[in-house]
Design a protein around this ligand. Sequence first.
Ligand SMILES: O=C(O)CCC(=O)C(=O)O
Ligand SMILES: [Fe+2]
Length: 373
Amino acid sequence: MQIPESADGVYFKSGDRLLYRPILTGANAKKTFDSIPTIDVADIFSPDLEVRRRIAKQIGQAAEEVGFMYLVNPPVKPEKMDEAFDALKSFFALPDEVKMKYHVNNSPAAKGFTPCNPSDKRPGFAGARETFGMGNDYTDPEQHAIKTAPPGTVPLNQWPDEELPEFRKKLYSYFQDVYIFSKALVRIFSLALDLEETALDEFFETPFTDITVQHYLPQPEETESKQVLLPHADYGAFTLLAQREVGGLQVLNANATWVPVPVKEYAFVVNTGSYLELMSGGRFRSTVHRVCAKDNTERTSLPFFFSPSPTATIRPMVSIQSEDTKDKQRQIGKEHMRGMMSERADHPFVKKLKALGLGPEEYTYDMISQPLA
Ligand SMILES: O=C(O)CCC(=O)C(=O)O
Ligand SMILES: [Fe+2]
């Protein structure tokens, strides 16, 4: 999808839709945020429900007013974050021909390495970044606590065990902690909607998890305004982003002004995505953001995308506040397949599905982990 540019507003992508927000100035300007709120979650596992409710109130307010927040003192230790970033640094430092062994085209779920390709015409990709991704793969024993793989399942994740024997262990150690944190946040969001604390649990029994690490490359000829990740809204339930040393993330407010999200060491930047927007009847916002290159430096960002189970069908769980979400329901597995089909036309798995003549209505998430006939 090409994203048009305009002097009067901002075009952005959400899932497979193109949306627009006008710049409002003077008398038209709305009351909106100009910074990202900070919330202390040190007591997220407190046995006292009232303490958890207090955290939920603050997080709910931030999700409604901004859609982005810093969560400080999270239950993921600084050492874990450092280990994950260090492991990623060693991965991206490998020679290209080694990284190419783990190319996303080897994985039906497009997990693994995507090289930086200057001729890649996809928005935000041209010469800007390379990525490494991992996510749901129940053939990995590290995920057996969530689920074991049904017979015939093919592996989806790819690990550079040969070159970096510690990489997988370090990334999984981080994954396990952010996973537990995310499950706790599901309950916090439930409380924030004045629901029973466990009311949303059933949607997240075997959640979609996805880490897609972005390694932004230095942009020697560019000024600060070069967009290296184009404006978009995340479509998951929520995202837990870890940043280290170099910033560049910006968030769009209601007047279409870009608000910076500078690095706060060892905090998570948490943003609510379109699935939680729908489940919250439009209360929690899926806010537009982008990344701009800065000072010709490289940057690595580590997002953990957390979504309902592929088998879940989500719906508004409280009264509807925004017309946008009226009467909507979404089948998560199908949404995922549609996203993959629209974003990765050149992927062999996507081509194979097309060759079989299957239309979007026939896609099921199981197709990804079972060999295609
Ligand atoms: O690199 C960042 O800081 C943000 C990444 C992001 O927004 C995304 O991957 O969806
Ligand atoms: Fe994002």
